[in-house]
Design a protein around this ligand. Structure first.
Ligand code: DP6
Length: 330
């Protein structure tokens, strides 16, 4: 029996990953840049045993259906291949998120699973190799292997596509992200399906790729200069450009709900009143607000005039994935 357990924190992209050039290997069309956060994380344990007759996957104490288990199995196959074993596995994952507002993250989940497999099967992978492995589970997971500011280099092959830390002199510790949780009942388009539809059909997609390359350079310069306004502006602009591509897809779609728009306007109003803060959104209605740590209380005060306290959570910069326990008995 081989057992490993690991924790990984979620990350939010400031420059988004949006589109794959290879869906099998999960090679992205563009480089992306994220901030790993401390408030939301996943702990995953994996046990490989000759006694199991199939893979099983439990998430937040709920046994998952065939589709979710098959996705985990495909990932486990990669780890089994590296280890040269064929044992089935039991995977147990726990998401630590403040509310059930659709924040369960595939990034922290797959990064934790990659790290747990590395420990269980004693694969001895470096962080770079772990990032490559996590990427095969979910693209954004490759960034959650690392803490702080992280860039995912798109690469051109399995070996050349991985994330790494952007040196920042620990500037990320002065920053924060406030989550405005918006839980509408709309049916989701997953990020996987959404980005595929956009690459295949959106007439704005080429413009997105041009913009993403320029925005990435702007963001990296802002980090090098510790220029918060410049980083915030490019974060907000890049997120808006990503979301614009969905409107030009066939069929068109959007992740925005009326409440998302209300939150975005609220952030703009707070900014115009003199508190620097900038929004970004991913493949769902929640709005995330990048700000400086020193301004969090004042920004929260303003947001509380518009949203309930349960809808608001703030996070600081988080660490990379960590091992929790491992056990090998033969
Ligand atoms: C909008 O990493 O969830 O959050 O690689 O298909 O698993 P797959 O997609 P995923 O996509 C994340 C998209 C995003 C932007 C980002 O995190 O960069």
């Amino acid at each position: 029996m081989y057992k490993g357990k690991a924790r990984a924190y979620t990350n939010i992209a400031l420059i988004k990953y949006w589109g794959k050039k290879d869906a099998q290997l999960i090679l992205p069309m563009n480089n992306s840049l994220s901030l790993t956060l401390d408030a939301f994380y996943t702990e995953t344990s994996v046990t490989f045993s000759p006694e199991y007759t199939q893979d099983t996957f439990t998430l937040d104490n709920d046994k998952q259906d065939e589709k979710a288990t098959a996705k985990v199995s495909r990932f486990l196959d990669l780890a089994r291949k590296k280890a040269g074993i064929s044992y089935y596995a039991n995977v147990e994952s726990q998401n630590f998120v403040p509310t059930a507002a659709g924040l369960a993250s595939s990034a922290s989940g797959l990064a934790a699973l990659a790290k747990a497999c590395n420990d269980a099967l004693q694969l001895g992978l470096s962080d770079k190799e772990l990032s490559q492995l996590a990427r095969r589970g979910s693209g954004s997971a490759c960034r959650s292997i690392f803490g702080g500011f992280v860039e995912w280099e798109k690469g051109y092959s399995d070996d050349t596509s991985f994330a790494q830390v952007i040196p920042s002199d620990a500037w990320e510790n002065e920053l924060a992200m406030i989550f405005i949780l918006i839980n509408d009942q709309k049916k989701d388009v997953s990020s996987r399906d959404g980005m595929q539809r956009t690459v295949e059909t959106s007439s704005f997609y080429d413009a997105w790729l041009d913009a993403a390359a320029t925005d990435l350079q702007t963001a990296k310069q802002a980090i090098a200069k510790k220029d918060f306004a410049a980083l915030g502006e490019v974060t907000e602009a890049n997120g808006l450009k990503m979301h614009a591509t969905t409107l030009a897809a066939t069929p068109p779609f959007t992740y925005w709900s009326p409440e998302s728009l209300r939150a975005m306007n609220c952030v703009r109003t707070i900014r115009q009143a003199g508190l620097p803060c900038y929004f970004t959104m991913d493949a769902g209605p929640n709005v995330k607000v990048l700000c400086q740590k020193k301004d969090v209380p004042a920004i929260l005060d303003k947001l509380k005039q518009e949203f309930s306290p349960e809808q608001l959570t703030s996070a600081s910069a988080g660490k990379g994935a960590v091992s929790l326990e491992m056990e090998v008995s033969k």
